[in-house]
Design a protein around this ligand. Structure first.
Ligand code: OAD
Length: 248
């Protein structure tokens, strides 16, 4: 894919946008070596059952299994580095009058790339919280308990991520809907657009009159509703968009 693949209309919408919102999913981190969830063969949910690992019940049934699985993923993420896609989004934040980055990812790679404001809809694998009190709790570095216990109340400590059946953090979700509704251009990047409520954000943006641009090598349920579909990887396409803005 080259810059010539971008239609003049898309370039125009982007250059004239006062406010842009971007929603990222696990696809943007794929090129950093972090697995997605639903890609055949490589996706986490093709190898593991979410009901065994990503629900409060699963944690209560087998806290060690769940803790260890997240520890494995945390280690994977720790070894990964942000890629050109993450970096291009840092540039977009610098170049655009208003830019809101909303992510479903828990890997912290946007922040490590240098994005300053990131709305985390599904929490962060890098943080931990008390299972009972739902408040942030740090695990002492010397702890080798799996899982460790909350120093305040003795309950288990769990990863600060959103599990199936749980509510998303209210403030993050409200901010995401407000930014989507108010933007002129909405970028949906590397997400299958299957998991609610994040999957509704591009539709909220459309309802507010935004141009929706999908960046994904594969079709999703959003594709037929998007104004522009860029069939390429995030690390390939996002730097082209940043260049368009740089050269404006
Ligand atoms: P999915 O695994 O559902 O979708 C990943 C998307 O990324 C697919 O549409 C791929 O085609 C696309 N993709 C793969 N490689 C790409 C690349 N290099 N560049 C751009 N796109 C690429 O992951 P999510 O949509 O993030 O939730 O999944 C949403 C939520 O479901 C996750 O946050 C997680 C999961 O269950 C929770 O854990 C709560």
């Amino acid at each position: 894919m080259s810059e010539n693949t971008l239609s003049p209309e898309l370039i125009d919408r982007l250059r004239n946008a006062q406010s842009v919102a971007a929603l990222t999913g696990s696809g943007i981190s794929a090129e950093s070596g972090v697995p997605t969830f639903r890609d055949a063969q490589t996706g986490l949910w093709s190898q593991f059952r979410p009901e065994d690992l990503a629900t409060p019940d699963a944690f209560l049934r087998n806290p060690q299994l769940v803790w260890d699985w997240y520890a494995w993923r945390r280690e994977l993420v720790g070894k990964a580095a942000p890629n050109a896609g993450h970096q291009a989004l840092v540039e977009l934040e610098e170049l655009l009058p208003k830019f809101t980055l909303i992510t479903q990812n828990v890997d912290g790679l946007h922040q490590r790339a240098g994005s300053r404001q990131v709305i985390e809809l599904h929490g962060s694998i890098l943080r931990t919280k008390c299972f009972d009190e739902n408040v942030p709790v740090d695990v002492p570095p010397e702890s080798d308990a799996r899982p460790p216990r909350c120093p305040r109340c003795g309950a288990y400590v769990r990863p600060d991520v959103v599990w199936f059946g749980e509510m998303l953090p209210r403030e993050a979700l409200d901010a995401a809907f407000i930014a989507s509704r108010a933007c002129d251009v909405f970028l949906s990047i590397g997400t299958s657009t299957l998991v609610e409520p994040a999957a509704s954000l591009p539709f909220g943006a459309r309802g507010g009159g935004a141009a929706v641009i999908e960046i994904n090598p594969n079709p999703t349920p959003l594709s037929e509703h998007a104004d522009f579909v860029l069939r390429g990887s995030a690390a390939e396409v996002l730097p082209l968009l940043a260049r368009v803005l740089r050269e404006a």
